[in-house]
Write a protein that binds this ligand. Structure first.
Ligand code: PMP
Length: 383
């Protein structure tokens, strides 16, 4: 058999997807698993009729920037909600999920061997996507502050990845830290690639500051966002990328050669029901973030520790003083305690004493039962 490309040997499976596939198999075998590993929140959303959508256009390819009407809605959303001006004709491309949007951003800015700074815990796909682009991910341990990132910048550094609100910490980025990053990007000629997939998952008291707020011309900012989380439609694979006109033109070439356009029928549906779906998901988003707060209080009451944060539906929970690695811990938790979580090591080497707990899909009762089982395994394996 001819050999596959060598660089793929350095690319690993997404740890979260590996565990979720195991869960699908165990559930199919009839097991009752408490699922705290999924990267989404389940919402009640009605299914609007598809037969009202423009026919037969819904069967065909559409504009490779995305259909104009949906681009306009998304651009208006960024302008009104987050205070970032976006030209829907020139500064946004709708893609098949934000995962490919982030990958396209790396493809558009990296030459082989270029470095990208990624602060741990790092969402599982960033380092592997950088490798897929023949770049070098430079992982910064979670204990470093944003202000220490500059120490990792070299002449080969091209970009810094930001992810706020953060998966899995649940942290938002305060204005002073974001200002510092923009100043660093300007001074060292770097791109900020800002993954804002959880932009609406905040408590009212928190402020979401888009990366674009401090760089309205998007000279060095590439904002990636998604309809997966904020609209509760992860399976539809609709994301988007916002940046300056010149870089958008480069991204467009990549989108044309890899994706053509995201599913036309889904874009038409989302254009038509954009505001209806938001009105329905908004209160449910608020409820899930409040649920996260109650789960955090429960962890406090048990003496379990987690990295500070108040947004999203994730908690990055410490498994100290267990002597198991995070991968061993999650495997045992799933096999023996029937609770699925994601090992911290999937988010970087500095994170092997943590697991990611996602509270978006189970009832409060089952979530707390899962937490009790996590505590039981920590106690049993305390070394
Ligand atoms: N960024 C982060 C931080 C995520 O957690 C995810 C999904 N888990 C994505 C991007 C990708 O989302 P999608 O491709 O569904 O838009």
């Amino acid at each position: 058999m001819p050999k596959h490309a060598e660089y793929l040997d350095d690319v690993s499976q997404a740890m979260s997807i590996k565990y979720n596939n195991l869960v699908y198999e165990m559930k199919a075998a009839g097991e009752d698993i408490i699922v705290l590993s999924l990267g989404e929140a389940f919402f009640d959303i009605p299914l609007y009729p598809f037969d009202e959508l423009p026919f037969p256009a819904l069967y065909h390819y559409s504009h490779s920037r995305g259909i104009p009407g949906l681009r306009e809605k998304l651009a208006a959303y960024y302008r009104t909600q987050y205070g970032v001006p976006v030209d829907p004709a020139r500064e946004i491309i709708i893609t098949a999920g934000s995962k490919i949007a982030i990958h396209m951003a790396f493809m558009a800015v990296l030459n082989p061997g270029d470095e990208v700074l990624i602060h741990e815990p790092a969402w599982v796909s960033y380092p592997e996507q950088v490798r897929l682009c023949h770049g070098v991910p430079v992982l910064v341990p979670y204990s470093a502050s944003i202000y220490e990132l500059e120490r990792y910048v070299t002449p080969r550094t091209r970009a810094i990845v930001l992810n706020y609100p953060h998966n899995p910490r649940g942290r938002t980025l305060p204005a002073d830290e974001l200002c510092f990053l923009h100043e660093l990007a300007r001074r060292r000629d770097l791109y900020l690639i800002s993954d804002e997939a959880y932009s609406d998952f905040l408590l009212e008291s928190d402020d979401f500051i888009s990366c674009g707020r401090f760089d309205p011309d998007k000279e060095h900012s590439i904002v990636c966002n998604s309809m997966s989380k904020n609209y509760g439609i992860s399976g539809w694979r609709i994301g988007y990328v916002i940046t300056n006109e010149a870089l958008t033109a480069q991204l467009l070439k990549i989108n044309q050669h890899l994706v053509t356009c995201p599913a036309t029928i889904l874009q038409l549906y989302l254009e038509r029901h954009f505001d209806d779906i938001l009105a329905i998901t908004r209160p449910q988003i608020r409820a899930v973030v409040e649920k996260r707060q109650r789960v955090a209080e429960y962890l406090d009451s048990l003496g379990l520790r987690y990295l500070p944060g108040s947004a999203t539906f994730y908690l990055f929970v410490s498994i100290e003083p267990s002597r198991l690695s995070s991968d061993e811990f999650c495997t045992t938790l799933l096999r023996e305690y029937k609770v699925s979580t994601v090992p911290g090591v999937g988010y970087g080497r500095s994170c092997d004493r943590f697991i990611r707990v996602s509270i978006g899909t189970e009832s409060m009762e089952r979530t707390l039962c899962g937490i009790d089982r996590i505590q039981a395994l920590i106690r049993r394996t305390a070394g």
